[in-house]
Design a protein around this ligand. Structure first.
Ligand SMILES: *[C@@H]1O[C@H](CO)[C@@H](O)[C@H](O)[C@H]1NC(C)=O
Ligand SMILES: *[C@@H]1O[C@H](CO)[C@@H](O)[C@H](O)[C@H]1NC(C)=O
Ligand SMILES: *[C@@H]1O[C@H](CO)[C@@H](O)[C@H](O)[C@H]1NC(C)=O
Length: 495
């Protein structure tokens, strides 16, 4: 063989190698995209044109004036992202707000754009739902959510899915239009649903009906895992909730704390309820995974869950899961038939252990509260860890009851993606529980806290006499409230 022949033979081998590599890459691509997926999904991920060779006649709907108007409106928003270079003709682009968005993108030259809809509708829409977008992890350059999050009944799932499919390392973007996120609190909630993404920019645009919308552009962090549920309730150290600026802003709007010890606490504290500025009256509480109410020291269902939380707490139309923490077995039967309420038949405490529990009905209790709140004359006793520590003021019945670590339970049960309201009325144990919740970071998971602080208050029954039941002073209570507010917890003085 002459040298020229050898060269061309080598070339042929090389060429074959290249072809084989190409075929292998193609098969890898198809494998990654997933067998059995909609051909339009595959084409979209591969950046190929689908409508041209799909040869589907355009449905009549496309020729209506409304359709045209909607497409033009979306195009006006989307054009900017082409100009910014976030989007190109070859981009893998997925729209979550309907086929008109995908149409707008295709008309702008992003030929492979598809929408996700409940039912497959070629060539524009592939089938998927909020819990499952039919695209592999980290495969999409541009996810246009439109207003899909606003209209979804599973916002958190949809947000997680959108974040999952976006390409990482700054290559992919997610664009959200929303009528929410207009206050720092709600924006922060949305960001918590997208822990792997970073907000790049935000601007206000005009919605279809003349309303204003916010357009938020997110980019996936470099090297962040694609799992949609991070664990934002990890180890937070004292007083340092990961992000609390949005909470401090809200606290600035809350009712002031009562600085002077009230001479008639049974009047002043009760009246203070009217001054309370509830969080949902100050901010949009949308963009949360779950809505949770925890009543610590719940007593009977009617004492605060039924009479106050269910009836009066402003819920912005969200449905709350309720947890009732109540150690006294006298109240347990009441919870057996309550829907949506989970009873935790324990005393709230700083660790799991069995405690001796005192049912107070001694004279120290007289005039302390209206009797409606302690049916059968039973009050919630004070927790005294360990036996033998029972030399108290009142001597009632003594029971051994299981107590649990409230902070640990909270961290296991809810996350920063949830909206959590807590009421705590634990007869003095707040001086143990609150420091423990701060120390473990569990307090960062509570959005709004209604705290009854027990101190040696002036008594209604006996002018000039302080309640002998509690050792702490009003000043110590005030300190507890102040430190909570300083560390970003919207706490109210409950009675
Ligand atoms: C939290 O801290 C404890 C003790 O330092 C450790 O055992 C645990 O693994 C940590 N948990 C997380 C989620 O980091
Ligand atoms: C709650 O729903 C009602 C009826 O659907 C509606 O009129 C009201 O505006 C909603 N409230 C909030 C705060 O969204
Ligand atoms: C503490 O008690 C609660 C309630 O029974 C339980 O769910 C949890 O697993 C316990 N925690 C530990 C660390 O044992």
């Amino acid at each position: 063989m002459n040298p020229a022949g050898r060269v061309s033979f080598t070339r042929a081998v090389l060429l074959l190698g290249v072809v084989a590599l190409g075929l292998w890459l193609l098969s890898v691509e198809l494998a990654v995209v997933g067998g059995g997926a909609d051909p339009a999904v595959r084409a979209a991920v591969a950046g190929r044109r689908t409508h041209a060779h799909a040869a589907v006649r355009s449905p009549d709907a496309w020729r209506t004036r409304e359709w045209r108007r909607a497409v033009d409106r979306h195009a006006a928003v989307l054009r900017r992202h082409l100009a910014d270079g976030m989007l190109a003709a070859s981009s893998v682009a997925v729209c979550l707000g309907g086929a008109q968005e995908a149409m707008a993108l295709r008309e702008l030259g992003v030929v492979g754009a598809v929408a996700v809809a409940g039912e497959r509708a070629p060539p524009l829409a592939v089938a998927g739902d909020d819990r499952r977008l039919p695209f592999p992890d980290s495969s999409v350059d541009f996810v246009f959510a439109g207003r899909a999050l606003d209209f979804s009944r599973r916002q958190a799932d949809l947000a997680g899915e959108a974040a999952r499919i976006v390409k990482p390392d700054g290559h992919g973007h997610l664009v959200v239009l929303t009528s929410g996120a207009s206050d720092a609190y709600s924006l922060r909630s949305l960001q918590a649903l997208l822990p792997s993404l970073r907000l790049l920019r935000s601007r206000v645009i005009n919605g279809a009906d003349g309303s204003t919308l916010r357009e938020l552009v997110f980019r996936k962090h470099a090297g962040i895992s694609t799992t949609s549920r991070s664990s934002p309730n990890g180890n937070n150290s004292a007083g340092s909730c990961t992000s609390r600026d949005h909470k401090l802003e809200i606290i600035g709007l809350a009712e002031p704390l009562i600085q002077e010890e009230p001479a008639k606490p049974w009047i002043t504290l009760k009246r203070n309820i009217k001054n309370i500025r509830y969080l949902p009256a100050l901010a949009d509480i949308g963009f949360k995974r779950r809505y949770v109410y925890v009543d610590v020291g719940a007593r009977s269902y009617g004492s605060s869950i039924g009479s106050w939380f269910r009836k009066q707490y402003p819920k912005q139309n969200h449905t709350f899961e309720v947890f009732a923490v109540e150690a006294d077995p006298a109240f347990h039967a009441d919870y057996a038939r309550r829907k949506g309420v989970t009873l935790l038949p324990y005393a709230a405490w700083v660790r799991n252990e069995t405690l001796t529990f005192e049912i107070n009905d001694g004279p120290g209790n007289k005039g302390y509260k209206d009797d409606a709140r302690k049916p059968n004359g039973r009050g919630m006793g004070r927790i005294r860890p360990g036996a033998g520590a029972m030399k108290g003021v009142s001597s009632g019945e003594v029971r051994r009851i299981p107590a649990f670590d409230l902070a640990e339970w909270l961290k296991r049960t809810v996350s920063e993606q949830d909206y959590v309201v807590m009421k705590m009325d634990v007869e003095g144990t707040e001086f143990d529980l609150i420091p423990r919740m701060i120390e473990t970071g569990a307090i960062c998971l509570v959005d709004e806290l209604f705290l009854e602080c027990h101190y040696n208050r002036w008594q209604r029954c006996c002018p000039g006499e302080r309640s002998p039941k509690y050792r702490n002073t009003y000043g110590e209570c005030l300190q507890l409230f102040t430190s909570l507010r300083n560390s970003g917890v919207l706490v109210h003085q409950w009675w």
